[in-house]
Design a protein around this ligand. Structure first.
Ligand code: ADP
Ligand code: MG
Length: 411
């Protein structure tokens, strides 16, 4: 069993910095969960608390059914791969991978088996005798992963493991991590600031901001039903456009208006807004770039630059004094441009009543999904929690010294 469970976990640094705030999450056994959010939102701190490299200020962390707040990193049966995977420069790849096992006094024959098996699955067998300086960035990263998999951990932690690689290699390694995940069937917690990485790797993703979980869901859920404006803007690229608008309700029928453009919402959206008891008034109207039409009627806009992406064109415009992006299909089968988008020209934008996302102007919550979003993020399991306080204080002194040592000498 290798579930990981957070119960109301908070971490404060120096009393003034709240790195993680009331974090509640249950990661299922063998699930691949990605923590994603902008730099400084508390992802690494959360991961380091699973590893035991940071202690929660308040709250409880369980691995399997065991409360681990007080368990030393080395006893947690986890392995961690960092962005700056420091390999030992004077050791060969083989020795680097074997190192952790030697420390744990595994028999030579077992070490050899495990190292070779890891090398095979990562396709680095030919590199076993080389030193790190004779490897490319991607190869080094694979060695770092190899060093972690030979441990056969219950939980595999990865903190931005691909951030130092160039774009092409990053894509390749992303695919390799998916393959790796199929081979070593264990629980993964993966941290990244890159929403594409999160969307492609995660069974579920946890979107964080300022130490607080914004939404937990499958990639599709968070894309289609973003809980709030922050998630809506963070997930998806190019990012969602936002307009100032008004929600109308006439004879029980909801419509939305931005400037002179007005559209009746889809049946589905009508139903959800009714269920949520949405009230007419000012709203933030979100529309993804793929769902904006550039045409003769609608919200007035001025064309700016256009980016040719090959199969599509990203047209930048200004509307309501903001930057707006529309993604339009670029060419016909023969490769002729379908349309010109002359910079500076006046045009209009419109969208369908099924494509809009509506957010409260003050709370920025999604007006259709308030209840769902809250339920999703409140996956707390109310299990019996043993009283560990007494046990904790007696061990604290001892562990304090060890933590200090481990922080100075991360594995
Ligand atoms: P992320 O990994 O999402 O970029 P971190 O978890 O590293 O974010 O950091 C979250 C917040 O906690 C940031 O404001 C960061 O400056 C702060 N922080 C992290 N580690 C420490 C520390 N050892 N001492 C003080 N503040 C810290
Ligand atoms: Mg980080």
């Amino acid at each position: 069993m290798a579930r990981v469970r957070f119960e109301q976990v908070s971490k404060f640094f120096d009393k003034s910095v709240t790195a993680v705030d009331a974090f509640d999450l249950e990661i299922k056994d063998k699930e691949f969960v990605v923590l994603v959010g902008p730099s400084g939102c508390g992802k690494s701190t959360t991961l380091r608390m699973i590893a035991g490299l940071e202690l929660p200020t308040t709250g409880k962390i369980y691995i399997g059914d065991k409360l681990v707040n007080d368990v030393l990193p080395k006893d947690r049966d986890i392995a961690m791969v960092f962005q700056n995977y420091a390999l030992y420069p004077h050791m060969t790849v083989y020795e680097n991978i074997a190192y952790g096992l030697r420390l744990r006094k595994f028999p030579k024959r077992i070490i050899d088996e495990k190292v070779r098996e890891a090398a095979r699955s990562l396709d680095i067998t030919e590199l076993l005798d080389r030193k790190p300086k004779a490897l490319s960035g991607g190869q080094r990263q694979r060695v770092a992963i190899g060093r972690a998999i030979v441990r056969e951990p219950q939980v595999f932690l990865m903190d931005e493991p691909l951030s130092n690689l160039d774009a092409k290699l990053r894509n390749q390694m992303r695919a390799e991590i998916l393959t790796l995940r199929e081979r070593i069937n264990t629980t993964f917690v993966y941290v990244t600031h890159d929403q594409t990485e999160a969307m492609t790797l995660g069974d579920r993703i946890v979107i964080m901001k300022d130490g607080v979980i914004q939404q937990v869901g499958t990639p599709q859920q968070v894309f289609v039903h973003p809980a709030n404006r922050f998630v809506a803007g963070f997930i998806g690229t190019p990012q969602m456009n936002f307009f100032r608008g008004t929600l109308h309700c006439e004879e029980g029928v909801f419509s939305v208006q931005v400037e002179n453009f007005r559209v009746v919402l889809s049946e589905e959206k009508q139903k959800r807004l009714r269920e949520q008891g949405a009230l007419p008034g000012e709203v933030i109207v979100g529309v993804r770039p793929e769902h904006l039409q550039i045409g003769d009627s609608g919200i007035s806009a001025r064309i700016g630059v256009r980016e040719m992406m090959g199969s599509s064109i990203h047209v930048h415009l200004t509307a309501q004094d903001r930057d707006v992006v529309a993604v339009v299909s670029g060419m016909d089968d023969a490769g002729h441009l379908l349309r010109e988008f002359p910079a500076g020209a006046q045009t209009s934008l419109s969208f369908s009543g099924g494509a809009v996302h509506l957010f409260d102007t003050e709370t920025e919550q999604n007006l259709e999904w308030k209840a769902v979003a809250a339920a999703e993020t409140e996956e707390i399991i109310h299990a019996e929690i043993p009283d560990v306080k007494a046990d904790l204080s007696s061990k604290k002194q001892k562990t304090g010294k060890l933590f200090a040592f481990l922080q100075k000498n991360p594995k």
